[in-house]
Design a protein around this ligand. Structure first.
Ligand code: KG4
Ligand code: ZN
Length: 365
């Protein structure tokens, strides 16, 4: 079984070929990512129209390269998995239209998959099947969501951010202290040189229900509202605290931050982010008697987060799984893996009537 994955939900055009021999382990044959970061850097963030146009330019070449790297031709491909959502609609449309066109022309089944199912399955692609039940934190530029996986391929949302995603907070803090875009990897490097206790930024706490409460989460029976809130995340207050600190330290912008001050701000900010992410993840692992913890998504590339998660996992005796850095940020290999998961569950694609869904909600089972 050989599947082609296609991903175009944000600012990376990606294609990958993954094999499954009698189930597991899944084998990565190729993974090609055309990043648009140079285009969006000028604007300090992703510009949706520019992203969609660049996907259109890149998609054919990226798929050809993925097939060539996998020493495959279209006749070797048994199915196509494509990101249906969530994401930017113009970007998603490029991948979805491409997949449907090839599916129709060559009579290959097309499986639409959820972007976050892809991030979750990147863990299995990289590490082999996880022990279940598992708790997986998906932490990226667009998402900070906690899932309970009672068994393979079943994803139950137990918490999510009420405002900014963690990666978004990294990008905004990088901007505030005058570092480049995207900020995550730069803040990560600067944090390693700074003092994480130099500044006492507040640990985000959700003490009241707010208007941003999203779809119903799946907490066990008998959990009260107070506990329910504790599985959610919030990063906008922390971002504001960093902004205030920078304003005060620079006298309202009348002097520049020193390199040491920048290192210390990055380290202190990162300490709070890591503690917030891991407190909730490990608490959820306790609730669900998890036998494994996974951390996926772009922020899972963070060296400080990886080290802290592994240390904490070792302390409580729960193994922590992360993907390789290449599989943590957006890629199509994870989308192919999520497609294989659905194939294993008996999904053979079918109608090409589906469309790109910018606000796609993940089905529970
Ligand atoms: O998963 P991803 O490639 O795209 C989304 O689905 O959002 O994640 C991109 C995000 C960006 O916000 C980027 O700054 C962040 O992941 N990121 C990092 C690191 N590498 C990427 N954040 C913290 N530390 C890193 N090393
Ligand atoms: Zn992503």
């Amino acid at each position: 079984m050989r599947i082609l994955g296609i991903e175009s939900s944000c600012d990376e055009t990606a294609a990958a070929v993954v094999d499954a021999a009698d189930g597991h382990p899944w084998q990565l044959r190729s993974s090609v990512v055309a990043s648009q970061v140079e285009i969006h850097r000028e604007w300090g963030g992703v510009v949706p129209e520019l992203a969609a146009r660049q996907h259109l330019r890149d998609i054919c070449g990226v798929v050809d390269q993925a097939l060539a790297d996998a020493r495959s031709s279209w006749t070797d491909i048994d199915a196509i998995a494509v990101t249906q959502g969530p994401g930017l609609v113009g970007s998603l449309l490029v991948g979805v239209s491409f997949a449907k066109a090839v599916g129709a022309a060559r009579d290959i089944p097309v499986l639409p998959v959820h972007h976050l199912a892809g991030h979750i399955e990147s863990l299995v692609l990289h590490n082999g099947e996880l022990p279940y039940p598992a708790i997986v934190l998906v932490v990226s530029g667009g998402h900070t969501s906690l899932y309970h996986l009672p068994s393979p391929g079943v994803y139950r949302l137990v918490g999510r951010t009420r405002d900014d995603a963690a990666g978004e907070a990294y990008d905004k803090v990088a901007k505030l202290v005058g570092l480049g875009y995207p900020g995550g990897p730069i803040v990560d490097r600067r944090a390693a040189r700074g003092n994480p206790h130099a500044i006492n930024f507040p640990i985000p706490k959700l003490t009241h229900d707010d208007r941003n409460v999203g779809p119903q989460t799946h907490l066990p029976e008998g959990f009260g509202d107070a506990l329910k809130r504790r599985a959610d995340f919030s990063f906008s207050g922390l971002k504001t605290a960093v902004r205030r600190h920078v304003e005060l330290a620079t006298g309202g912008g009348t002097r520049a931050l020193t390199e040491t001050e920048i290192d210390d701000i990055c380290a202190s900010f990162q300490r709070v982010v890591i503690q917030t992410l891991l407190d909730r993840t490990f608490r959820a692992a306790e609730w669900f008697d998890a036998r494994a913890i996974g951390i996926a998504g772009g922020v899972a590339a963070n060296a400080g987060l990886r080290a802290a998660a592994e240390a904490r996992g070792a302390a409580v005796g729960v193994p922590v799984f992360v993907p390789s850095v290449a599989l943590a940020t957006d890629n199509a290999a994870m989308i192919a893996a999520a497609g294989l998961r659905r194939w294993d569950a008996g999904d053979r694609g079918g109608s090409l009537d589906f469309n790109a869904e910018p606000g796609l909600v993940m089905l529970v089972e």
